[in-house]
Design a binder for this molecule. Structure first.
Ligand code: DGL
Length: 280
């Protein structure tokens, strides 16, 4: 038996997504855990993950986590529903000493919020097809047999967010084709089952007005992370608040532009390939 590697509270937290979607989770983590040094890794070279095979998403996620672990992080946040669905078990097996936090579409909170009992779920095809997601749906159907879920793959949406087109006409018309049929069937609640989709909130409101209440789990994920860090004695209470360290597997310039656009932060981003030593 190997001795578990001891982590220290001063180590950074690694946050990873296929691209810029995980910034919606990072935003909440920064707000709730301002003393934690954060490294954000966007696998923009391989985005989007949503239509890739489970095996490929798993391999890409392991490469990303391996890189973050090499930067000496104490925890890994898989800020991507698709990567969580395909790879979290493999990541936990590879890094048993690390705290590994994933994300999943907020079907549970949606159940308590919906009045009509009809809930739209927008997620990548990969997430919807995953065993993990199917298991979650099965459990909730058992608990709440009258609830009706309408599942919709958001094909094309993550890519539009990546391209900085979240507020474009093209994005709004694609979204309409996904949302209008749900609303016609009585949905009053929409689960944002991909971390890119919180950046589509303006477009969704434009289409649906106040007819759809939106379920975004990023706040709950940050709370859960805080709770788990506290439980393990790994909460950093000493470091001064600092800007996260942004890393891209393709273009750091594009990532910096997107951070400015989506989080209103002016930052410098770095290339994954150029960093082999811990940045923090
Ligand atoms: N942001 C990701 C998710 O939460 C993946 C989007 C994609 O790469 O297709 O599922």
């Amino acid at each position: 038996m190997t001795t578990p590697k001891a982590m220290s509270s001063t180590q950074a937290i690694g946050v990873f997504d296929s691209g810029v979607g995980g910034l919606s989770v990072l935003r909440e983590i920064s707000a709730q855990l301002p003393n934690e040094p954060l490294i954000y890794l966007a696998d923009t070279a391989c985005t989007p993950y949503g239509e890739k095979s489970k095996e490929i998403v798993q391999a890409l996620s392991l490469i990303a986590c391996h890189w973050l672990v090499k930067q000496n992080v104490k925890a890994l946040v898989i800020a991507c529903n698709t990567a969580t669905a395909s790879a979290i078990d493999a990541i936990r097996t590879c890094y048993p000493d690390h705290l590994v936090i994933g994300v999943e579409p907020g079907l549970k909170p949606a159940l308590t919020r919906s009045k009509t009992g009809v809930i739209g779920v927008l997620a990548t095809q990969n997430t919807l097809n995953s065993i993990k997601f199917k298991r979650l749906v099965k459990t909730l159907r058992y608990q709440s047999p009258k609830t009706r879920f309408i599942f919709q793959a958001g094909e094309g949406l993550a890519l539009l967010v990546e391209q900085g087109k979240a507020h474009s006409k093209a994005c709004e018309s694609l979204l309409s084709t996904y949302l209008l049929p749900m609303m016609e069937q009585g949905a009053d609640t929409l689960v944002l089952g991909c971390t890119h989709y919180p950046f589509l909130v303006d477009a969704i409101h434009h289409i649906a007005g106040s007819r759809l209440q939106l379920i975004d789990t990023s706040e709950a994920v940050a709370q859960h992370l805080k709770h788990k860090l506290t439980e393990r004695g790994l909460l950093n209470t000493t470091a001064l608040p600092s800007t996260p360290y942004f890393v891209s597997s393709s273009s750091p310039t594009h990532l910096a532009e997107m951070v400015k656009k989506l989080l209103y932060l002016s930052v410098q981003a770095h290339a994954m390939q150029s960093l082999s030593d811990p940045p923090l």
